[in-house]
Write a protein that binds this ligand. Sequence first.
Ligand SMILES: [Zn+2]
Ligand SMILES: [Zn+2]
Length: 69
Amino acid sequence: MMGERVGKDNDCYFYYYSSCSKGEMCKFRHEPAALRNETVCLYWRSGKCRRDKCIFRHMEIAVSAPDLT
Ligand SMILES: [Zn+2]
Ligand SMILES: [Zn+2]
């Protein structure tokens, strides 16, 4: 299964949208530089982002979800 990358490559939903209690133990990415950025990383999308502190989001941002309650 090449190219199946999980964990630190993907942003932590809780870190960006509320707060993540796992801190350093979290297996997802916590990147302060990307906090206020709503641009999805194109490299990440194609599975090629190797930047350590990428300022772009490593998650799909749902812009047109009408029933987010
Ligand atoms: Zn987290
Ligand atoms: Zn990236």
